[in-house]
Design a binder for this molecule. Structure first.
Ligand code: CDT
Length: 312
């Protein structure tokens, strides 16, 4: 029996600080309706979709910081998204800033959820690779304070059975790390959904700026091919609060080829009918992990965090 999943990558243009969650949810619902017309089963939204990318600002007032976080999901403001998706028979994934009372204290994560067509949360992921810095660096034209506002995710990289396949998620900077995909590859992942907010300027390495498009595509193509999985990469792009950000949302097949790609830096839906069995010819041959992996030789990967030169 063939297993096809028609997926919409719902790129978002900028979300300014003046935009309310209701404004954003309205735009997301436009995406859902178009996705329905185009025969989608599943719609993937970006990282921190519901607000502007607030880690660009140094803030000390906790109430102000927390105004960017979701205390419940769905909330009054996000419920219409869930209701409309369910009415249309669509699943979706979405990234948001999560504030939760866990282990007797308030915790904050950069989170993505997968919601089934029944409106229930089928999986949750909390971002592991938090980029940027934790202290104010006023010499930068804008901040990247993810290390200050979020904790490192504590849910691992879960892969769940949903939508007829094995589904995983990661968030933005995670896509640059081979470990992200491999941990999911070892759970037979067939589709990785990921959203990103990637400023086109990175203050510590401005020489990388011109390669932003290439590095985005390179990382997702490598992750897809080396693990025989679909990768759905979805941007919140365009100029947000004066900061130009990468768009270039794309759907990458398990061959590593880009099969659909956004042409704008605004709200734009790109769609592909994904064969969930397409990865099998990779995971049963070149990347048959059971036959070819040599974990004993890879011990350093889990035993050592930072690189060190050889002795002598
Ligand atoms: N949101 C996010 O993770 N952005 C990073 C920017 C890296 S530079 C600090 C990314 O990897 O795209």
């Amino acid at each position: 029996m063939s297993r096809f999943l028609t997926v919409g990558a719902a790129q978002m243009g900028p979300v300014q600080r003046s935009h309310t969650r209701r404004d954003v949810v309205e735009r997301m619902i436009v995406h859902l309706r178009e996705a329905r017309r185009m025969g989608c089963d599943l719609v993937v939204f970006p990282e921190l979709t519901l607000t502007t990318f607030f880690p660009r600002w140094w803030m000390t007032d906790q109430a102000e910081i927390d105004s960017f976080f979701e205390k419940e999901m769905p909330s009054n403001e996000t419920a219409p998204l869930f209701t409309e998706a369910k009415r249309l028979g669509l699943g979706f994934s979405v990234g948001y800033a999560e504030l939760v009372n866990e282990g007797g204290r308030v915790r904050r994560f950069n989170t993505a959820i997968l919601v089934g067509p029944d409106g229930r949360i089928a999986s949750k992921y909390r971002k592991v690779h938090l980029p940027g810095h934790a202290e104010h660096e006023p010499q930068r034209p804008f901040q990247h304070l993810e290390k200050r506002y979020f904790e490192v995710g504590n849910l691992g990289f879960p892969v769940v059975k949903a939508f007829g396949g094995n589904m995983g998620m990661c968030v933005c900077n995670d896509r640059r790390w081979p470990e992200t995909y491999r941990v999911m590859g070892l759970q037979n992942v067939e589709m990785v959904m990921l959203g990103y907010n990637t400023p086109l300027h990175n203050a510590p390495s401005p020489d990388h700026d011109e390669h932003s498009w290439f590095h985005n595509q390179l990382s997702m193509q490598a992750g897809a091919y080396q693990n025989g999985t679909w990768v759905i990469g979805v941007a919140k792009g365009g100029t947000e609060e004066g900061v130009p950000s990468l768009a270039d949302s794309q759907i990458v097949s398990p061959s590593g080829k880009v099969v659909a790609r956004a042409g704008s830096d605004r709200d734009e839906l790109i769609v592909h009918r994904c064969d969930l069995d397409a990865g099998k010819s990779y995971t049963s041959t070149t990347f048959d992990f059971e036959r070819h992996r040599r974990p004993d030789v890879y011990r350093l990967i889990v035993e050592r965090r930072g690189a060190r030169p050889p002795a002598g």
